[in-house]
Each structure stands twice: as structure tokens, then as C-alpha cells.
Design a protein. Sequence first.
Length: 489
Amino acid sequence: MITIPYLTALTTYFSYGLLFAFGQFRDFFRKIFDWWNSSNRQGYAPICLGNEDFYTRRLYLRIQDCFGRPISSAPDAWFDVVERYSNDHNKTLKRTDKVKHCLNLGSYNYLGFAAADEYCTPRAIESLKLFSPSTSSARADGGTTALHKELEEYVANFVGKPAAIVFGMGYVTNSAIIPVLIGKGGLIISDSLNHSSIINGARGSGATIRVFQHNTPSHLENVLREQIAEGQPRTHRPWKKIIVVVEGIYSMEGELCKLPEVVSICKKYKAYVYLDEAHSIGAVGRTGRGVCELLAVDTADVDVMMGTFTKSFGSCGGYIAGSKELIQFLKYACPAHLYGTSISPPAAQQIISAIKVILGEDGSSRGAQKLARIRENSNFFRSELQKMGFEVLGDNDSPIMPIMLYNPSKIPAFSRECLKQNVAVVTVGFPATPLLLGRARICISASHSREDLINALEVISKVGDLVGIKYFPAEPKKEHREDGTIKLD
Ligand SMILES: Cc1ncc(COP(=O)(O)O)c(C=O)c1O
């Protein structure tokens, strides 16, 4: 649980309150002006949702230069950020021809496969020539190539399940599969901080949804026990089935799932476990096989293993891995498989090649080196940030490390100041996080060198002082003397 300093909470509420009041004031005058000009279509309701439209116009647009920055190179350790300017107080942003060469601390390029790779890139190019960028067809029609079959075998084998099915998009994998697995009369118990694609899938399924406190197995057990005792709403019949949905690494918190506890509770109450490994597959575990490997959980105890190829594998798409029976059923019943165009062949080839490198099947030890590197880099960066006095969320070994900013004015300040010093960071605020919990989300890659990380730490430390986000006292720096003793600053 995040405990917000009292004064920070107060100033954060005050800042949002001020923005809200000022926005409402401007909207009031806008309504009068609109009524005067009457440009709206008579008799139609506004097409944009009220509150969300207000948020976009009055809060988001002020700082939109910090988001959606166009990039003009591969998302490697360093990349080129296109410079933009605005002539209308940030309402619209125009691209220039200039770029800023920045250290990339924002992409999910955990193993470095998203940039040109000596093994993967030539093979992806070859498959592009052979198959073209698109199959222009759904899997059940003409959209299954030999590559798609090979990919499903590789994925199943890599994650430790008998079979797998792949989709062209990670988001769709969750939002389309959950409604096929469960429906009315079923119960989904979801972690309170699960990704939007899971929430979307759960809502679209028609099943009853209950939420348990983020990564708190004791609360999960309470919810399960209570719901089993109560049964379905009104009829109180037993639930048709129960699925518990968790993530391997929570993408906004950088936290590892308490999977061993979740699995043992689910076994006790005969609930299925659905694990989303978008950020953990390939990134953690001795051989990159995700949280099951890292936390010594038998993959046989996880019923539905979901993951995406957009992070560690530098490609696109998602997968579901499970029993042969489950995957066969999904292939017959999932509309996204039956009616959606299949994953692009070069993207499929990229994933197969990345898995081969991770497993050492390319004949090199690059995969093992990358895995060792991402772990060392992540743990070094996290501990240095903590020593400097930042409030950093998440667990050791996780390549995601959110730095808490809280106040809405600190979100753009941190992002812009870092960019000025050629460090590109991703900042996240409401509604992607709770109102008070704005943060910068650092993603570390195996392709960052130690020098890159030290450079980034220096910039972040300076910006942290400037913006005032070091919420804890810094640890005294240690200087190792030649005689073997240590001097503290
Ligand atoms: C936990 C989780 N699941 C699913 C997705 C969707 O994946 P994709 O971006 O590959 O569509 C994401 C995206 O980051 C995610 O964090």
C-alpha cells in the first residue's frame, strides 16, 4: 500500500481542485459563447462523454506534450524523439524536422529485441519477403501460415503448457478470450489493479465481477469464501465457474504477483487461475519463462496463461497457453480467432527468433546474457533510486520501477526537465492511476549499458531535486578508500 505524505495529499487535492474550478469557469463561458454562435447540431446529444471530455480539454491538453511523443527510430536504449511546438497553448502540437537523441527509459523493450538484432532482424525481413506484411485473412480462413503453427508450438513449449493460440494484439487477447471462457452465472475475481484489457474482457463477458485488494491473497480468500457461500445473485445457486485473474508483474506498480499464495487459495476453493504475463514473460526467471519460473510455481497449477509479445520479444500480439482441450475449444469458439486477421507473419517470425535466442537455439549465449543483464540493470537502478530518496514502487528483479510524483504539476515538470537533458521518461496520471498517485514509470532494458544508467541516475537526481520529489532522506554516499575503509559523506 502506498502511504501518501499528508502535505503532498493536501497540495495534490488542492491542485486538482484549482484545475477543476478553473476548467468549469472556462466551460461556463464557452457554453454561453456556443449558445450565441449555435454551431452545435440542433437536437443531437453531445457525441463526447461529459466528464471525460472535460478532463481532456481542461486538464490533459495543458500537458499533452508529455504524452504521445512521436519517435523517429527503433525503441532501443537510445532513440530519436521528434521535437514539437505549439502556437495555441498546447491545444495542438506541430512536428518539426528536428529530433532529440534521448536515453530511452520508457519502452517495454526489456530484452532489447525491439531494435535491430543480428539474429532476429534478417529472419523477420526474409519472412516479410516470403509472406508479406499481412495474411489478409482470418486464421480459420487463409490466415494460418506454417509460421503461425510453428509460433504456437514454440510458445507452448516456452511457457510450459501443452498448447497455445496466438492473436494479433495483446489487448484483444484478454478482451476477447475472457468472454469466451466465462459468461452469465460465472464469477470473475479480479485484482483491483488489473490491466484495462482484463477489465474490458471481464465486463464484456456478462459474468459477475468481484475485485480483491491489489496483490492481497488474504483478501482474495475472503472474497472467494464469501462469494461461494452466497452463490449467484438473487437465485443463490452455486456459481457455474470461478476464475481468478492476476498479472505476473503489475505494469503500473512494478510489483510481482504473490502467485504461490494465489495458486494455493484457488486450489483450495476450486477456482481457475488466469495469469496475464504481459510484462513478466521473457523478462524474469532464470531462463526467461516468467513469474512461474521465478517464484517456483508449477505451470500445471495455472489454468490459463496469457502473455503478450510486445514487451520482451520486440514484436506484437498475444497468446493464451493451456491444456490441449482448452486451446482446441478457443480455436472453435473465439470470435477474435475466427474473424480477426491473423498476426502478421514477420511479427510471428520475430517472436520465434527471439525465443530461439532466449533458449540459446541460435547457437550463442546472447539470450542468457540478456537475461542476466536485465536483472542486474533493474536491481542496480532500483537500489540507486531508493538510495537517492525517491519513493520507488515494485519488487527486486522487476524491470518496471515507478517513481512517485503525486502532484499533477510535478508530472509535466518531471517529464519536460528530463527531456531537456536528453532522458525520455513516461509519466502517468489520472485516470490511468488513482487521482493522487501520479508517477513516472521507468522501464529498464537489457540493452542499457552501465554508463547509460549512471547518466540517467544523475539526470533524474538533479531533476528530482528541482521538482521536489525526493520524499525520503538520501542514504549517505559511501566512498571506498584505498586502505579498505569506507568514508561516509
Ligand atoms: C498486463 C497487460 N495485459 C495486456 C496488455 C495489452 O498488451 P498489448 O500492448 O500487447 O496490446 C498490456 C499492455 O501493456 C498489459 O500491461
